[in-house]
Design a protein around this ligand. Sequence first.
Ligand code: NAP
Length: 306
Amino acid sequence: MSEIYDLAILGAGPAGICAAIYASRGKLNTLWLEEKFVQGGQIVNTYEVDNYPGLPGISGMELGETMAAHAEKLGLAPERAAVVSIEDRGSVKIIRTKKKEYRARAVIFAMGAEHRTLGIPGETELSGMGVSYCATCDGAFFQDGTVAVVGGGNVAAEDAVFLSRICRKVYVVHRRDELRAEKILQESLFACKNVEMIWDTVPVSIEGKEQTEALKVRNVKTGEEKSLSVDGVFIAVGIVPNTSLVKGIVKLDEGGYIDAGEDGATDTPGFFAAGDIRTKKLRQIVTAVSDGANAVASVQRYLMEL
Ligand code: NAP
């Protein structure tokens, strides 16, 4: 029989990394799994993070690496493995990857979220051929080109500002007439001379044969359709939680996020949630790391009572 870990942490974004730091300091025998090569979760796709206290203007990649290095200094680094199933056996939880089966007394779900897709014609077909979900990863391919950013949140605003420095022209296509993004990001966006806002407009399809050539859009107020000639389309229409593995194990809210409060406790004893994956009002790096700490404190209480 394999050993039984005190805790399994699934995910190595800010919530998972912070949970690992607290678990390490709490001397919990911890299993930590992450399926991606790079640690840091969604922040590695962020050009600049300017709201994490003490590190103004740090790149998302550097922040992720710095956080992971902190955990490693305390003795914990994630194993690279994709979890394929989780089973609740009461006081023992089973975590299966393709190659192994692990046992743990408690589990923190910190698998975060990933980008939402639009589901319009051309999106899948031209993905990687002009359609992208990561401006910092792919923006450089559009030097002096024309691109469209779809969305009105923080990511769309940040992406558009970033792309405006590389591209000749950037359209921002948003379905309403005001942005959801923070005011400070809106100010930066509206100050970009080569950014054109296309309000009250939704994307209809992405056109092109081997490469993206146009984004067809429709004005939701007038019904008018038009085609924007673009070399690239950056889709930033929000996130969806990575909760497919935990369906039927813990309660999810109507948005598909794990129903857990600030202490991370789910409705199933021994399972905890931290970071973007759980129900919360504000999804930020600071709230994710705070979740990681809170979830470990809850795990420690749970283990004492087990
Ligand atoms: P978001 O805040 O949920 O914004 C998504 C945007 O896409 C909204 O403007 C939404 O329109 C639009 N949208 C959603 N579905 C759409 C569809 N089917 N068609 C067209 N437009 C659609 O998501 P996000 O910007 O990706 O950010 C994700 C999370 O990370 C947020 O919680 C955000 O606060 C956080 N974040 C924070 C920072 C920061 O602190 N600097 C940076 C990046 C991300 P409506 O506005 O009409 O709903």
